[in-house]
Ligand binder design. Structure first.
Ligand code: SAH
Ligand code: SF4
Ligand code: F3S
Length: 448
């Protein structure tokens, strides 16, 4: 009998990427085989994102295409997982009757059991407050053989959900209340990754700095913070690089910033989403920090680690954003001089507080502001990149196809390297001399 095959398409953030890996492993344990050919798969899983309207539209249009595939192959099972699944639940099946299974963000561990259900369609989207994330030991062996190249870097989810309720954001509704995983589970998972050959781990959470604040993460009553966790993960022998994402500026502790001076393997890159440069808009967004406090944190980070690259997320055209507010965003970009940023047009999301705010900004104005922000950010990226020319920098090799190597610096810059490339494999740390800077990458030559 042929093994059933599955195909997963992942949208959205790293949390979803990690959840897709977990689903793949759980299915593998039940005898399913992952395939990269969606046309012949017996099961297609869409792991979805609903952060902006566009992300959700992509899912809906792909589901439209899959309707035809299911007509050709009535045995095909279609599963919708992730944040759209959590938010829309039953409505997905009402709009898209060819969907077999809707799996919420806390239900992925039940996936294999849910697939066995004889019912025609199943919706499993329970979201509870006192949920404890199961211990989960990654099986790199299986993932490696199916997905291909050596696995040298991995994401590790340390917490789920969010309690911040920024007024524009769906995450507290799609991922539920903030829950931190047990420290022992995280350390066990990290050790298993390193034993399996992983050289770089990125710790994941919507707001890692509040790790351990809403529930007990160690045995007994002691307190254990994100920086405690970070230091313990960093001390695992064999791990070469450590990163984390994301951190709300309001909770960024001095202790965490100090880690950039004290923890050797912590990469000098900090993604610190600001969202707006205007205090009035920050307050409407319920971000709970001011521009001034944000700038203080940036200055402190740079004093602990002068070479640190700071990146951000920015929203333009939040309801009520005036030209003056937007100018403050542009001024903040100049002041921080970000190494990079993700910037978005504000998008109304169902159930969020800001979707009911007045003074929505016109699409054309949002588009103009976004273009202006991104154009200036691109110039600034080039300015930063030019400073690396002539320097010799350590970097982790990500890909080596025999002719050219792609590597990534600790500051998260991509480098295309030439030279004696034969000896390098993904996960190695090499040094290259930077010869040329572009807007989005660097070129270098390997140092012997
Ligand atoms: N937890 C992270 C953010 C996760 S969402 C944090 O607080 O930093 C990733 C980014 O999507 C956000 O930082 C924000 O810039 C953007 N985003 C979220 N909701 C949005 C919306 N309704 N419209 C436009 N951008 C949005
Ligand atoms: Fe969304 Fe704010 Fe939570 Fe980030 S901190 S996930 S933007 S509610
Ligand atoms: Fe999207 Fe959900 Fe991540 S909305 S950004 S997939 S937490």
């Amino acid at each position: 009998m042929h093994s059933k095959t599955f195909f997963i398409k992942t949208f959205g953030c790293q949390m979803n990427l990690r959840d897709s890996e977990i689903m793949a492993q759980l299915l593998g344990e039940k005898g399913y085989v992952e395939t990269s050919d969606s046309e012949t798969a017996d099961l297609i899983i869409l792991n979805t994102c609903s952060i902006r309207a566009k992300a959700e539209q992509k899912v809906m249009s792909l589901l439209g295409v899959l309707r035809k595939q299911k007509k050709r192959n009535p045995n095909l099972k279609i599963c919708v997982a992730g944040c759209v699944a959590q938010q829309e639940g039953q409505q997905i099946i009402e709009r898209m009757p060819h969907v077999d299974l809707v799996v919420g963000t806390q239900n992925i561990y039940e996936l294999a059991e849910l697939l066995k259900e004889k019912k025609q369609q199943t919706v499993a989207t329970s979201l509870v407050d006192n949920y404890s994330i199961p211990a989960f030991i990654p099986d790199l062996g299986k993932q490696e053989s199916e997905v291909g190249p050596v696995v040298f870097k991995k994401f590790l989810t340390i917490m789920q959900g969010c309690n911040n309720y920024c007024t524009y954001c769906v995450v507290p509704y799609t991922r539920g209340r903030e829950i931190s995983r047990q420290a022992s589970h995280i350390l066990q998972e990290a050790r298993a990754l390193v034993d399996g050959g992983v050289k770089e781990i990125t710790l994941l959470g919507q707001n890692v700095n509040s790790y351990g604040k809403t529930n007990n993460v160690i045995e007994g009553n002691g307190s254990f913070s994100f920086s405690d966790l970070l230091r313990q993960v960093a001390s695992i022998p064999g791990l070469r690089q450590l990163r984390f994402t994301t951190s709300n500026p309001k909770d960024l502790s001095d202790d965490l910033m100090r880690c950039f001076a004290e923890v050797d393997i912590l990469c000098p890159h900090f993604h610190l989403p600001v969202q707006s440069g205007s205090n009035r808009i920050l307050s409407l967004m319920n971000r709970k920090y001011s521009r001034e406090l944000y700038l203080e944190k940036v200055a402190a980070l740079r004093s602990y680690c002068p070479e640190i690259a700071i990146t951000t997320d920015m929203i333009v055209g939040f309801p009520g954003e005036t030209n003056e507010d937007f100018e403050e965003t542009m001024a903040l970009l100049e002041e921080v001089y970000y190494h990079g940023s993700y910037s978005f047009k504000y998008s109304d999301r169902p159930g969020t507080r800001s979707s009911a705010f007045e003074d929505k900004v016109e699409e054309s104005v949002k588009a103009e502001r976004l273009l202006r922000f991104q154009t200036r950010q691109d110039e600034i990226c080039l300015e930063h990149n030019k400073k690396y020319v002539g320097q010799e920098l350590p970097m982790m090799i990500e890909k080596n196809d025999g002719d050219a190597i792609v590597a990534r610096t600790g500051t998260n810059h991509l480098v295309h390297i030439t030279g004696e490339v034969n000896s390098c494999k993904p996960g190695d740390i090499a040094t290259a001399r930077i010869l040329h800077a572009g807007h989005h990458s660097l070129q270098g030559v390997l140092k012997k």
